[in-house]
Design a protein around this ligand. Structure first.
Ligand code: BES
Ligand code: ZN
Ligand code: ZN
Length: 506
């Protein structure tokens, strides 16, 4: 899938030529332009900036942003608040907001000058924010003839000589990771008439072409029936667009591997099925495949960054439609694991397809399993759009994901995987597991407890332990997060960065 718009070009160097608009990130209390930051600016511009910084008109408080036109150069002063209070989140968000506020008049050439006070990781976060925010989804909008503003930004990043090499590497990595974030957003934003299960599979196959260390295997409708993947079969059979499982494998070793396996919910549209959803905002259910969008985006990010370790991604793709062939409340369905599910609500479909994906992951001798799913409205009730819910059967894995999410500002909030929830979900009188809790309380916890029933064991021993597994409910963070500064609207590409950094460190 080609990116929806041409992507930005980035150069990193010492303070030298001034190209286009000068962007000056300033800390609070900055009374004059820091050394060298006005190099090559004309006399009028210098004196304007000097006057503004000496006055109270601009004091460098966070959220302050002033465009100065009038001299020979265009300048944007950007406030970051107190130097001692800066965090990577503040730097990243400010970079993103700076890019978002640019008007046509600022042009596409931007020189960003960091004074010598700036620390390396803060500069890198500021640039990362700009890169992440440089995204729009406009492929379905007819272009007007006079619309020639689609050229990419040219970023000229300038900093003190001692930081140039490191900053260059960090910007390059951010840029490469962002190709994955933007791909995940493209997939998430795609309309469901065009992005159906086999369309995702075909995009994945095309993506893998010519990439030597990547393979994509598609288990199609026939394969699903042969393999008795009853979760995928039953959720997907009400649609004329049949379900599939898409397996990405990168850097497969010749011997037995031990890869992390990332599993994504990929419901390309969730009507609720026979348990039909209300009409209001049903269009938003095109984002119900964002788990699978993150899996794909992650593969892209890892590939672009030259990741050399073994990794597997599994996307469970289906369209949940009502119809004469749809599964029903009351049905008891088999799954790939052999366990049966009593269907009490066809709108609790994500867990049914993930049951097959989680079980499949056991075939790869996984180091650990992480699944991502826009699984429950209850998770949005609990955490809003601010954090994904995080459940795990392993304290170490849970803490690693939580800490990495916090570091990259994709919050993952620990939630309880209590035995009582498991008891509730395994209490069906006629099947092994029920797909609905007995009450509506704790809906995201009972969903997680359901998933745990399909996490494979590390061996066939009777009392073998389960593989380490974590579940991320991204129903609130995958889209519509108005406080997420790195995205204007729509799909967010959530957790591509969390998982990229997690896997890089493995
Ligand atoms: N895809 C939805 C969950 C969802 C809701 C995602 C809102 C994003 C925003 C999921 O398949 C669903 O419908 N879940 C039900 C579960 C219920 C029937 C137990 C829900 O949350 O209402
Ligand atoms: Zn649903
Ligand atoms: Zn759903």
């Amino acid at each position: 899938m080609a990116p929806s718009s041409d992507t930005m070009k980035i150069q990193v160097g010492e303070i030298s030529a001034l190209n286009g608009t000068l962007i000056l990130p300033c800390f609070e209390g900055c009374e004059k332009p820091p050394s060298k930051t006005m190099n090559e600016a004309d006399r009028v511009t210098r004196s304007l900036i000097k006057k503004i910084l000496a006055s109270d008109d601009f004091s460098g408080k966070s959220e302050e942003n002033m465009s100065v036109f009038g001299g020979g150069n265009k300048v944007i002063l950007v406030g970051l608040g107190k130097k001692d209070n800066i965090t990577t989140k503040i730097a990243r968000d400010t970079g993103a907001k700076t890019l978002a506020k640019l008007s046509k008049n600022h042009g596409k050439d931007l020189t960003i000058r960091f004074s010598s006070e700036w620390k390396l990781n803060m500069m890198a976060a500021f640039v990362e924010g700009m890169i992440l925010r440089d995204y729009k989804y406009d492929k379905y909008i007819s272009k007007k003839d006079d619309d020639n503003d689609d050229s990419p930004f040219n970023l000229h990043i300038q900093c003190s000589p001692r930081h140039v090499d490191n900053l260059k590497n960090m910007c390059e990595e951010s840029y490469n990771i962002a190709t994955g974030v933007h791909l995940a957003r493209d997939l998430g934003n795609s309309p469901p008439n065009d992005l159906y299960p086999m369309a995702y599979a075909n995009i994945a196959k095309d993506w893998a072409k010519g990439k030597k260390n990547v393979s994509v295997t598609v288990i199609d409708w026939e394969g699903i029936l042969e393999n008795k993947m009853g979760g995928l079969e039953n959720v997907g059979k009400g649609s004329s667009r049949k379900p599939c499982m898409v397996i990405f494998e990168m850097n497969k070793p010749s011997g037995k591997g031990n890869p992390p396996v990332i599993v994504g919910k990929g419901i390309t549209f969730d009507t609720g099925g026979i348990s039909l959803k209300p009409g209001a905002s049903m269009d938003e259910m095109k984002y119900d495949m964002h788990g699978s969008a993150t899996v794909f985006g992650l593969m892209q990010a890892l590939h672009a960054c030259g990741h050399s370790k073994h990794i597997v991604g599994i996307s469970c793709m289906a369209e949940n439609m009502p119809g004469s062939n749809a599964y029903r409340p009351g049905d008891v369905i088999p799954t790939y694991s052999g366990k049966t599910i009593e269907i009490l609500n066809t709108d609790a479909e994500g867990r049914n397809v993930l049951a097959d994906g989680l079980w499949k992951s056991g075939e790869f001798n996984p180091k650990f399993i992480v699944d991502l799913a826009t699984l429950t409205g209850a998770c949005v009730v609990a955490l809003g759009h601010e954090a994904s819910g995080l459940w795990s059967n392993n304290d170490e894995l849970r803490e690693k994901i939580r800490a990495m999410g916090a570091e990259v500002d994709e919050l993952a909030w620990p939630m309880p995987l209590l035995p009582a929830f498991e008891k509730e979900m395994t209490g069906s009188k006629i099947a092994d597991v029920r797909n609905l809790g007995t009450t509506r309380w704790g809906g995201s916890n009972t969903a997680a407890a359901f998933l745990k029933q399909f996490v494979p064991n590390m061996s066939d021993d009777k009392d073998a332990e389960q593989y380490p597994w974590a579940h991320l409910d991204i129903a609130g963070t995958a889209w519509g997060a108005s406080t997420n500064a790195t995205v204007a609207h729509g799909a967010t590409g959530i957790h591509v960065r969390t998982l990229y950094h997690l896997l890089k460190n493995e």
